[in-house]
Design a protein around this ligand. Structure first.
Ligand SMILES: [Zn+2]
Length: 270
């Protein structure tokens, strides 16, 4: 068993899991991926592999006494934008919302204090945020956080322009990270550069004033951006930044009582 495996909630028996829930600041993390096309050179399970592997490195780096456990990877995600490339999976948004509730409800009932949805897929950031708010509304004693893997200060500074802005999918960052983590899953000889068309001034695909997009309207290969110049050494640098950033964030969360959960007396009288 790898050193962080003792933190697997699914490796505990129920009395142990019950005691885990009773720890002060008890926190459960669920890595969440998506099984979607990632261009002709990266595997369908790219997002989940990244989320799971970074999380496991973070769990190894955290002090062993911290009350944090993980559940197995949820590999099926919400990715309708990638339809039309052979085999690319998605599930209805309502199913994802129900799935988050199905995970949260027993944790809340057992007394766990926090749930973190550790998400590797950019297309389901908003949906998991909706799920977090909905679940927290139903179970106010369970703090719920939906965090996106790549949302770490400084990580994208390692990616040069214009790819930093244009590399939305299977581009330089993801290809480099996979070359570092699992090079046997990268088929660099099939990699294709297809940067997205420039939007009119003031609009964007994913930044300010965004809009929904479908990959097959932007790209023939499924890549949105350019994997050209991807290296394992850039991947190692990205990996180090991600692990450092998330280790600090998880340590901060576990060392705090965040988020506020006590109801203020006046709130029901408004
Ligand atoms: Zn994705």
């Amino acid at each position: 068993m790898a050193p962080e495996q003792h933190r697997g909630l699914h490796h505990l028996n129920w009395p142990e899991a019950k005691s885990a829930a009773a720890c002060d600041s008890s926190t459960v993390v669920v890595p969440w991926g998506s099984l979607e096309q990632h261009g002709p050179h990266l595997p369908l399970g790219t997002d989940g592999l990244f989320a799971e592997q970074v999380l496991h490195q973070v769990l190894q780096a955290l002090p062993p006494q911290l009350p944090i456990w993980f559940l197995p990877l949820q590999s099926l995600g919400f990715a309708p934008e990638h339809k039309g490339f052979g085999v690319s999976f998605t599930q209805p948004a309502e199913v994802m919302l129900a799935q988050v509730e199905a995970i949260a409800e027993p944790l809340a009932r057992a007394g766990f204090q926090r749930l973190v949805l550790f998400n590797g897929h950019g297309g389901q950031i908003s949906l998991l945020d909706v799920a977090a708010r909905q679940v927290h509304g139903r179970h106010p004693n369970l703090g719920v956080h939906a965090w996106f893997l790549w949302d770490v200060d400084g990580v994208m500074d390692l990616v040069p322009d214009p790819e930093r802005g244009q590399g939305l999918h299977a581009g330089l960052a993801e290809t480099s990270l996979m070359l570092h983590m699992a090079p046997e899953l990268v088929q660099l000889q099939h990699a294709v550069a297809e940067p997205p068309p420039p939007p009119p001034a003031g609009l964007s695909l994913e930044g300010r004033c965004p809009g929904a997009w479908r990959t097959n309207a932007l790209s023939r290969s499924g890549t949105v951006g350019s994997p050209r110049g991807a290296t394992a050494s850039l991947g190692a640098a990205l990996h180090e930044k991600l692990v450092q950033g998330w280790t600090t964030t998880f340590a901060t969360l576990l060392g705090s009582s965040w988020p506020p959960r006590r109801s203020l007396e006046s709130s029901d009288r408004v």
